[in-house]
Design a protein around this ligand. Structure first.
Ligand code: AMP
Ligand code: GLY
Length: 425
């Protein structure tokens, strides 16, 4: 049955969702709230914020929306799924995104650690502390060897994790987080955890609460500078699949991490229909979980979804109906490489409103827009991460070259991107 669909969010991730949904015969009308200049080319943008639940409700009823895909974590952590489930006029709408309880896996690092331990899922050893236990926290730091990993418990826009070499600095930062609320309410609690030495990758799971499918792996590049140096960003690019995640390693991830995660959610009767993004570090030959996110990654989505050949709306319908066991995923065997272009200055202060040219000249590559807006007929920058260019090729290095060649056709003042993606693979 064909339906009207609403995607919540405004980044490259949401442009990618819209691009895939638009290909489905099951989609009649597609809306994105609030969207960007890219989603405007394939869907209708709606000027509603992702956490404005009353406005979302009114819009869903007015446009007879049957499915809502929640892109970012904020509305999930604020309980958008429960808001729909508990409203008689909205109950019939399929919401792709977990309940508020499920979203705590991302909303609270301590909650996630306790879940991991309860279900015997491999993760770094840890303890958590509050302002009342700063002294104990400092003592705990003394028992560890550097580097020291401090994590604000709550959502801190990807900035809440500090990795420090020096014990004195670690103690000072612990105090800054707990006593001086460096990250506001998010750092009222701090998780201190064992440093894991290894290479990172992410796996993406789509679950209906009982069954699941494992989407392709990806690796993102979080630092602004080449060689993984400088400040953390939302993500400067992604590569899928991760070459070192061979079958034997994926089997370990499936048995030790994915199955107990989905079974744990079911056992605890946590309503979960949506994505689980599992951040892992490969330590020796073993996976260890460093974080859960309750949504897809950005820019990982821009690399992962173009490889998924299934009808995305049909997949989501199976999630809503709890029939994901009937699905076989078809994955494009080629590698996908996404390169993110950002505004000069990002992730610190940067300017907006720069005219973007050349998107139409891109060939044999996909452009997913992130921080963009329409100003009259012009597309202008409207955020730090501006647009992502994704290429596919059997050889990820060739895909990378193709993305770089196409980026050279695109221009905006101050444009920056990393030229060394994949350097570590
Ligand atoms: P998170 O927000 O938990 O993903 O942490 C942000 C980044 O910090 C991760 O992508 C890792 O690079 C790093 N990180 C987090 N936890 C650890 C850990 N226990 N050991 C080493 N690196 C970590
Ligand atoms: N790229 C990391 C994230 O979406 O959290």
């Amino acid at each position: 049955m064909s339906m009207n669909i609403l995607v919540l969010g405004s980044g490259g991730r949401e442009h990618t969702f819209a691009y895939k949904i638009k290909q489905s015969a099951l989609c009649t009308a597609l809306f994105v709230a609030p969207g960007n200049a890219g989603t405007a080319t394939i869907a209708t943008n709606v000027a509603i914020g992702v956490t404005d639940f009353p406005a979302i409700k009114a819009f869903v009823l007015k446009e007879a929306i049957s499915m809502v895909i929640v892109g970012p974590e904020d509305p999930l952590v604020q309980g958008i799924s429960d808001f729909f489930a508990s409203d008689q006029t909205l109950q019939h709408v399929a919401v792709i995104g977990p309940s508020q309880e499920g979203a705590r896996l991302e909303g609270s690092k301590e909650y996630a650690k306790e879940f991991l331990i309860r279900h015997d899922i491999p993760t770094a050893a840890y303890q958590s502390f509050t302002a009342a236990t700063v002294a104990e926290g400092k003592q705990f730091l003394e028992t560890l060897s550097p580097p020291y990993v401090l994590k604000a418990d709550g959502l801190a826009g990807g900035k809440g994790v500090l990795i420090l070499q020096d014990i004195a600095e670690a103690k000072t930062e612990l105090e800054n987080m707990l006593t001086n609320k460096k990250f506001g309410a998010a750092s009222e609690k701090v998780v201190i955890e064992e440093f894991l030495d290894g290479i990172e990758l992410s796996v993406f799971v789509l679950t209906d609460g009982k069954n699941y499918v494992t989407l392709p792996t990806a690796k993102d590049y979080k630092r602004i500078g080449e060689g993984d140096t400088g400040l953390n960003t939302g993500g400067m690019g992604a590569i899928s699949p991760v070459p070192f995640a061979d079958d034997a390693f994926m089997t370990k991830i499936e048995e030790q991490v994915i199955k107990p995660t989905v079974a744990g959610l079911a056992k605890e009767q946590i309503d979960y229909k949506g994505f689980i993004f599992i951040g892992l570090i490969k330590v020796g030959n073993d996976p260890k979980v460093i974080e859960y996110n309750v949504r897809m990654g950005d820019p990982e989505t821009e690399a992962v979804l173009p490889r998924v050949q299934n009808d995305l709306v049909e997949l989501f319908q199976h999630v809503a109906d709890q029939t994901l066991d009937q699905v076989d995923l078809a994955i494009d065997p080629r590698s996908a490489v996404t390169v993110m272009t950002v505004a000069g200055g990002y992730p610190e202060a940067y300017e907006k409103g720069k005219t973007i040219t050349g998107i139409d000249s891109v060939s044999d590559a996909l452009v997913f827009q992130a921080g963009t807006a329409l100003q009259g007929d012009a597309i202008v920058t409207n955020g730090g991460r501006v647009l992502a260019v994704t290429s596919l090729d059997a050889d990820f290095r060739k895909a990378l070259q193709n993305s770089y060649q196409n980026i050279e056709k695109i221009h905006f003042d101050g444009m920056y991107y990393r030229k060394d993606l994949g350097f570590d693979l």
